[in-house]
Design a protein around this ligand. Structure first.
Ligand code: GLV
Ligand code: MN
Ligand code: MN
Length: 409
């Protein structure tokens, strides 16, 4: 029966277009940062879509939105999910595709009058990006029991807004307990966000797991002084220290196999042209598929910071923003996805995910796998992010086949 099931491709594309109009930016991307007004409007749109399909819509205390299609039997659900929040300068596809594909898959089953044996559900998780509130994957982490609601709600954004208050302000502090719906399996369709699939000539990616992620916030404190009168040897300049740390992090990527590093936030205080800075707040995003190597990179950075503190008299405070180990997905589900791609006559290759995903948190709870489609130019976290309609439709159809089989096994 599942072999003949197909989503309505044009409707998938138009649903995604409707969501991308919410928070659309002049550059062609999307800005729906977690718990912002744009996020609220995106959520309202999603809830209306789910209600329009006659699904049961539930919202949990951290704002995760769940649409449920009952099964012929009670019990754990096959959950399809992703996120609709974006980074500040995001694209139209990251996360949104996975949620909209989930909606489309349930719509297809509904219209075909098909009830799966197990319940099926679509979830949009809160604050996957971590661009406004830390850590990333926050909604799915709370769902999986890895972070308490109270801790999650107490987080602040860079302007001092508290997560719990923002959640209440937009009206998405729902009544359900996070994790209320037991999961039999979790599946996520996502754009690759990198160049591998495209450079291999297209096709799909069966994701074997997600690499480890460590986010650090470094606060470097020196002595503000006059840029014209203070001899160089007398300065305590955290700007110089920050530049050296950035360079060191990049050097490490050449020394430690698989290591990546990014400095994405660099805030200079007081930020005047003629004042040696008093303080620099910077972030380091370190990733590696191998946890031991990731720990080695972090240790090297910490040792380097200690040297700077000792030799240059710079104060260094380090705070963890996120720390997630490398997460392998479930072999049997990866094989299901490959089998479904084969049924659709589509090429698929195994690959690891460079980006973090809600699936990484859900893997703590249940068998989990992901499916990637190509990203044009490998671009993501960029307004020019693009995936082709035909790839999105193919990905959603493969996910439908896999989800349907798993929901009936
Ligand atoms: C999530 O988008 C990440 O930073 O990997
Ligand atoms: Mn994403
Ligand atoms: Mn992202």
């Amino acid at each position: 029966m599942s072999g003949n099931l197909r989503i309505d491709g044009a409707r998938l594309v138009s649903r995604l277009a409707a969501l991308s109009r919410i928070g659309a930016t002049p550059e062609g991307g999307c800005r729906r940062m977690a718990l912002s007004d744009e996020d609220r409007r995106g959520r309202d749109w999603l809830v209306a879509e789910l209600q329009g399909l006659g699904l049961t819509v539930r919202i949990d205390a951290i704002g995760n939105i769940v649409g449920i299609l009952p099964g012929r039997e009670e019990g754990p659900a096959v959950i399809i999910g992703s996120h609709i929040d974006t980074v500040g300068t995001g694209g139209r596809f990251d996360g949104a595709l996975g949620v909209v594909a989930g909606v489309e898959i349930l719509a297809t089953l509904r219209e075909a009058g098909l009830a799966p044996r197990r319940p099926m559900a679509v979830i949009a998780f809160t604050n996957e990006e971590g661009a406004r509130f830390h850590p990333d994957m926050l909604g799915s982490l709370v769902w999986a029991g890895g972070l308490s609601l109270a801790e999650a709600e107490s987080g602040h954004d860079a302007e001092g807004h508290q997560l719990g208050q923002e959640l209440a302000r937009i009206g998405y502090d729902g009544p359900e307990r996070p994790g209320f719906l037991k999961a039999h399996a979790y599946l996520e369709l996502h754009i690759e966000q990198g160049p591998v699939l495209e450079s291999e000539g297209g096709g799909l990616g069966a994701v074997t797991g997600v690499q480890g992620i460590t986010w650090l916030e470094l606060t470097l404190t020196g002595r503000p002084s006059h840029a014209g009168t203070t001899p160089m040897a007398y300065r305590k300049d955290p700007g110089l220290a920050a530049a050296r740390i950035t360079l060191r992090a990049h050097e490490l990527t050449g020394l430690i196999e698989g290591q990546l590093a990014n400095v994405g936030v660099f805030r200079v205080e007081p930020g005047n042209v003629n004042v040696v800075p008093e303080r620099i707040v910077m972030t380091l995003d370190l990733r590696n598929p191998d946890d031991a190597r990731l720990a080695q990179a972090e240790a090297a950075i910490r040792a380097f910071c200690a040297e700077l503190a000792e030799e240059d008299g710079i104060g260094v405070a380090c705070r963890d923003l996120a720390r997630f180990p490398a997460t392998p997905f479930t072999e049997s589900l990866i094989a299901e996805i490959e089998r479904s791609a084969g049924e659709h006559g589509l090429p698929i290759r195994r690959m690891i995910s460079g980006a973090g995903h809600d699936a990484q948190m859900m893997a703590r709870l249940c068998p989990t796998a992901m499916l990637f489609i190509p990203s044009v130019g490998g671009l993501s976290h960029n307004p020019a992010e693009l995936s082709l309609d035909e790839d999105m439709i193919a990905g959603a159809n493969v996910l439908l086949s896999a989800a349907w089989r798993i929901a009936n096994d």
